[in-house]
Design a protein around this ligand. Structure first.
Ligand SMILES: Nc1ncnc2c1ncn2[C@@H]1O[C@H](COP(=O)(O)OP(=O)(O)O)[C@@H](O)[C@H]1O
Ligand SMILES: [Mg+2]
Length: 224
């Protein structure tokens, strides 16, 4: 369970998240809102990429203020732009990088890499230069890099914004198949239309917290 209590984030005295208290226990949670409303800041709080100026952020047994390292292992984060996520020049090296830090045996590392590459149709790209993958393949590799670490939660920050429709659909399917709890920030309202719960951010606050069927029309009205 994710639980925020009176969380405020300020940058240079400017309040970007304003006294947010919310508990999230659903399996699929969507986050929408205008540019600059605080969505990414909120998402980044959940795995310790961003610290709260005040208030507490708890995920399961972890307190984000004290358990940053463990939290980042527990909560994976997929960035909008896979180029910011893929750090190694060869596909398999990129996937092995995090696993080595877990000190897993080589055989287990190889097994996990094979499994994840097969799952996303990237098996033949194991020894391929990562930068030569297509945009969609790069996003799937970025997701793979998070998944091999077996986190309990996965946060996606606008995972389909840079993709064409076919790759958007691929990534949507990949997310739908995940066993993990998923939190997706998106401007793509179709992506979150069948989620369990949707939060609409406005000026650093949660303005709407409802089912997609209710929240999406409210959001459309807010943006009209
Ligand atoms: N590291 C930072 N330093 C200063 N301002 C930031 C930083 N990160 C975000 N902001 C500001 O906080 C506000 C909310 O940003 P963000 O959470 O990225 O919004 P969203 O994802 O909804 O577009 C924006 O005005 C942005 O410029
Ligand atoms: Mg953002």
């Amino acid at each position: 369970m994710i639980s925020l209590e009176n969380v405020t984030v300020e940058f240079d005295q400017r309040r970007v998240l304003d006294d947010i208290s919310v508990t999230l226990a659903e399996k699929r949670i969507g986050i929408i809102g205008a540019n600059g409303s605080g969505k990414s800041t909120f998402a980044r709080l959940l795995n310790g990429l961003q610290t709260a100026t005040s208030g507490t952020v708890r995920i399961d047994d972890f307190d984000a203020a004290h358990d940053g390292r463990k939290l980042r292992r527990h909560v994976g984060f997929v960035f909008q732009n896979p180029d910011n996520q893929i750090v190694y020049p060869v596909v398999e090296e990129d996937l092995a990088f995090g696993l080595k830090s877990l000190k897993l045996p080589k055989a287990e590392i190889d097994r996990r890499i094979d499994d994840i590459l097969a799952r996303y149709g990237l098996f033949e790209y194991r020894s391929h230069p990562s930068h030569l993958l297509s945009g969609g393949q790069k996003q799937l590799l970025a997701i793979s890099g998070v998944l091999v670490m077996a986190p309990r939660y996965i946060i996606f920050d606008e995972p389909t914004t840079l993709l064409d429709l076919r790759n958007r659909n691929r990534v949507e399917r990949a997310i739908a198949e995940l066993d993990q709890t998923v939190i997706t920030v998106s401007h793509d309202l179709d992506l979150i239309a069948d989620y369990d719960r949707v939060l609409v951010f406005e000026n650093g606050k949660i303005a709407v917290d409802d089912t997609p069927a209710n929240a999406i029309p409210k959001y459309r009205k807010m943006m009209a």
